[in-house]
Design a binder for this molecule. Structure first.
Ligand code: MG
Length: 397
């Protein structure tokens, strides 16, 4: 059963620390309001049924101006905004109450408007986590050494880093428990929570974590805006990568091609699931990034990749592009084999590749050919795939 998912975007803060005349969620990055950038990936996720923004008192004109930058189809998906309160906690509660009043049940992703670099993949991870946990939050390992200071500013203690994480949004919750926790905290006049998972902890729930995204920066200080501005305005350069992969046929009754299981009189010899299409595509993307190859990131000697479903390899490569501030424009695939027949599966393969890489269908080409009974593919000893990836990356500084 799939349950409903809502996204609650908290945009009620005044954002004074960022040092401008407008609250930071309405400032522009590369000419586009921060709020608009934040909303775009949530509005593009068809499994999110409701996208509700909590705005500050008196900000409705700013809100209308900001969402004017969205395409009409996206704008039509937005719920009527709700006015927030004094604190972030009050604002989230106002949003939850509005969802409750509309009869919402399901899970809710709570996200700060000041994180405009939230990626489709991170939203996907939050949605997956929300199906499995009452509360789950994106977490990153802490790489800096963390110390505690005393009241004079001198170091009091060096904290053990292994158990420390830093957390982000979107945070994912079962709706009813989160609403109940917020209502209870409000009734108990317990405030000062800086995120919703802290309220769930206070209410006695266990909070799970999933992988955060280092690119998912929170814009807080003026310097953050400078960095973000550089990120969105740096010119992109087009790069092309190629990939090639072969697997030998072996005993078996199916092969994997482009993430689709295809019944066949043979299987393949492989450490993973032996999906030549996804392996070639992964290498093409990594090639365009000049970032090693599938073997360097997923060594065959590492037992954890034994029998692995190859979709994770391509998803990893696509995420590396996003982490570099780039985008994939196009993936093209050619499968070479005498059998199985690929044609009947071509559209399913294109759709699956698009899904794994976070692309539209028209950004994925897939073709198949035989090799006229010549060579190892012609003799039916195995199958091969060639791939090309066209990506854009920010120009190096
Ligand atoms: Mg391979």
């Amino acid at each position: 059963m799939t349950s409903a998912v809502a996204a609650l975007i908290v945009a009620a803060g005044r954002g004074l620390r960022a040092g401008a005349d407008a609250p930071k969620q309405y400032r522009r990055l590369g000419g586009v309001p921060v709020l608009c950038r934040t909303l775009t990936p949530f509005l593009a996720e068809s499994r999110i049924g409701t996208v509700l923004v909590v705005i500050g008192a008196g900000d409705s004109a700013r809100f209308d101006e900001a969402i004017g930058h969205l395409p009409e189809t996206a704008r039509m998906r937005l719920a009527t905004p709700v006015e927030g309160g004094e604190t972030r906690q009050d604002s989230v509660r106002a949003g939850l109450e509005a969802l409750a009043a509309a009869g919402f049940a399901g899970s809710v992703l709570v996200h700060d408007a000041a994180r405009p670099f939230v990626s489709p993949a991170l939203i996907e991870r939050a949605m997956t986590a929300s199906a499995e946990h009452v509360a789950a939050i994106p977490a990153l390992a802490v790489t800096d050494t963390v110390k505690r200071t005393d009241t004079t500013g001198l170091i009091a203690e060096t904290l053990p880093r292994e158990q420390l994480i830093s957390v982000q949004t979107p945070q994912a919750f079962a709706f009813q428990p989160l609403l109940a926790a917020h209502r209870d905290a409000h009734a108990a006049e317990t405030g000062g929570f800086t995120d919703d998972s802290a309220i769930m902890e206070w209410a006695g729930h266990r909070v799970a974590t999933f992988a955060g995204d280092p690119v998912n920066l929170k814009l807080t200080y003026a310097e953050d805006f400078e960095l973000a501005e550089q990120r969105v305005t740096r010119p992109l350069v087009t790069r092309t990568g190629t990939g090639y992969d072969v697997h030998a046929f072996a005993e078996g009754d199916h092969v994997w091609l482009g993430g689709i299981r295809i019944a066949h009189s043979r299987g393949v010899t492989a450490h993973s699931d032996g999906d030549v299409a996804l392996h070639a595509l992964t290498d093409a993307v990594l090639g365009a990034l000049a970032d090693g190859d599938i073997g360097s990131h997923f060594p065959p000697s590492d037992p954890q990749w034994r029998g692995a479903s190859s979709d994770r390899f391509l998803a990893f490569a696509a995420e590396r592009v996003r982490q570099r501030g780039g985008r994939i424009d196009h993936l093209d695939l050619t499968v070479v084999c005498e059998g199985p027949k690929v044609g009947p599966h071509r559209e399913a393969i294109r759709a699956r590749i698009a899904e794994i890489a976070g692309l539209r269908l028209d950004q994925v080409g897939a073709k198949a050919t035989t090799s006229e009974r010549l060579g190892f593919t012609g003799r039916g000893e195995g199958l091969a795939a060639l791939a090309t990836a066209t990506i854009r990356l920010p120009e190096p500084e």
